[in-house]
Design a protein around this ligand. Structure first.
Ligand code: COA
Length: 256
């Protein structure tokens, strides 16, 4: 039972409507629920409705789909699913940061028909970040804004080995995942230039945080590790990344 897991257990649970996986099973110790379909039953809870009341219908649908994934994931984790509101301690520039139930960490993503949520026990996982993107190159101007020289230098070599992967988009996604794990731990901004992502051909990546003073500490130091995967579904190609920061006493890492 995932909800009872403690310590450095390496379980990973995922739920998917019909078999294809993008983020499911990618990183251990988390429950992932993901969907490539637009679930007509996905609905916001009354307490959540005000958060997207003024948003366009597409945004409301995406919000509801990811929240629905999150509630299904919480059930699998053994936690009563309720409204997922906003982090009340987040500064205005991070107003969308979600607040998870006590004892739970989580992350959500939506992109181009795909929605997912990941949750974990905070006793095991200090933070989790997930992100999904179209597996297509970034516009050059965006690529140059979100990548470092060293990252751009690696792109040609990686593309030569795996031309089916949009490596610049993967680096961007990894940075988004890093930020989604970083923010709830620090409530600080992290710039794209503060993080150096090194993707591996083996489905892993490392992210080196270049921030002072260091707020991530412990065995991993400022070096976080994550995983990536691509998949194609309904004619759409996706690339996704995920990472966890292990909690103290649960396999290593520490924060703050
Ligand atoms: C917040 C941000 C990461 C969202 O990413 P995105 O690719 O636009 O969208 P996704 O669908 O993948 O993720 C959105 C979800 O992230 C979550 N999110 C939003 N702000 C967040 C924050 N500050 N911390 C953690 N999670 C956050 C929310 O759950 C949101 O979905 P919701 O609004 O429906 O609840 C992005 O818009 C952003 O602000 N990035 C700037 C900072 C950054 O990425 N720095 C990189 C440092 S290396």
């Amino acid at each position: 039972m995932p909800g009872g897991a403690r310590g450095p257990a390496r379980w990973s649970v995922s739920e998917i409507d019909d078999g294809a996986r993008l983020l499911g099973g990618l990183v251990p110790d988390v429950v992932v629920v993901e969907t490539f379909t637009s679930d007509p039953a996905a609905a916001v809870l009354p307490e959540e409705a005000a958060l997207v009341a003024a948003a366009p219908p597409e945004r409301r649908r995406a919000f509801a789909a990811a929240r629905s994934c999150a509630r299904r994931a919480l059930v699998q984790l053994g936690v009563a699913p309720g409204p997922i509101l906003l982090d009340p301690d987040a500064p205005a520039w991070a107003y969308r940061a979600p607040r998870w139930p006590a004892g739970v960490v989580g992350s959500m993503t939506h992109c181009d028909g795909y929605h997912a949520a990941a949750v974990a026990r905070s006793a095991t996982v200090a933070a989790v970040g997930i992100d999904a993107e179209p597996n297509a190159p970034l516009p050059a101007v965006v690529r140059d804004l979100v990548t470092l020289d060293e990252e751009r230098a690696a792109l040609a070599r990686l593309s030569g080995a795996r031309p089916d992967v949009a490596w610049d988009r993967l680096v961007f996604s990894a940075k988004e995942s890093v930020y989604k794990a970083w923010f709830p731990l620090t409530r600080r901004w992290l710039d794209f230039g503060d993080c150096l992502v090194r993707p591996g051909l083996d489905g892993t990546f490392t992210a080196e945080l270049r921030v002072r003073p260091p707020v991530f500490a412990g065995v991993a130091g400022r070096r976080l590790t994550g995983r990536w995967r691509t998949t194609t579904r309904g004619g759409r190609a996706y690339v996704a990344t995920a990472l966890t920061v292990p909690a103290f006493g649960a396999g290593g890492g520490a924060v703050r």
